[in-house]
Design a protein around this ligand. Structure first.
Ligand SMILES: Nc1nc2c(ncn2[C@@H]2O[C@H](COP(=O)(O)OP(=O)(O)O)[C@@H](O)[C@H]2O)c(=O)[nH]1
Ligand SMILES: [Mg+2]
Length: 217
């Protein structure tokens, strides 16, 4: 038992060193980066598409997409929207690791890039334990997932720097108590910066885009 814990700690400390290396590389290039985490289907790629489409005339954006398989649909979606993109196959792993991000960055021409968005593997558990070297960790919650998720995934909700609440266009059709949801978030992560929005209708997107602009300025 003791041995197992020691091994787990050392794997995470290797990851922490790699994350520091990723961060140093991004800082040297003055690239602002976010690690986007969420359940499968919450709207990670949709938010990337929307953000890239809106910002590409102002800045070059790169995307790294982590998935558990060879399927590179999301990286292709990012590319079609106007981002430089790389797909990472985690070969079944439920999270990205800093070394994977470091290797993916080597495949990108980062010359003009000012913003890097990393789409993590869709999962509300594992990604929270693995720092990637990104400047901020951003969680997307979405209305159809239900209002109880902060209570069920406290580690994820307490560890992030920014929260996006996506699919607010579905509020009239889903039993989602916004007050209950927000109370759960506030208990775990007081004062968390939050952007309610809809990638479908565009409602609320401007506040998110202005926040990204301010961070990359
Ligand atoms: N109604 C609605 N659907 C959305 C919204 N954002 C994304 N979707 C849909 O949700 C599904 C999953 O989106 P995707 O971006 O692929 O999620 P990901 O798995 O987190 O990357 C797709 O069918 C999207 O069209 C939204 O704001 N409102
Ligand atoms: Mg996706």
């Amino acid at each position: 038992m003791t041995t197992r814990i020691q091994v787990a700690e050392s794997v995470l400390s290797v990851n922490a060193r790699n994350a520091a290396e990723v961060r140093a590389g991004l800082d040297a290039r003055r690239i602002f980066s976010i690690n986007l985490m969420a359940s499968p289907g919450a709207g990670k790629t949709s938010l990337i598409e929307r953000s890239v489409a809106a910002l590409k005339s102002e800045m070059a954006v790169a995307m790294i997409n982590g998935d558990t398989s060879e399927a590179a649909f999301d990286a292709e979606r990012g590319q079609r929207a106007g981002a430089l993109s790389v797909h990472i196959n985690t070969h079944g792993k439920c999270h990205l690791e800093a070394a994977m991000v470091r290797d993916a960055l080597e495949q990108l021409d980062l010359g003009q890039v000012k913003l890097l968005i990393i789409e993590n593997v869709g999962n509300l558990v594992c990604p929270s334990a693995w720092q990637l070297g990104a400047h901020l960790n951003v969680l997307i919650a979405s209305i159809p997932e239900g209002d109880d998720k902060p209570y069920k995934y406290p580690k994820m909700y307490s560890g992030v720097d920014v929260l996006v609440i996506n699919k607010i266009d579905l509020l009239p059709y889903v039993d989602f108590r916004m007050d209950y949801f927000r109370r759960g978030v506030e208990t775990l992560n007081p004062g968390l910066v939050t952007f309610p929005l809809s990638c479908r209708t565009g409602e609320g997107l401007d506040a998110w885009l202005d926040w990204l602009r301010a961070r990359t300025a």
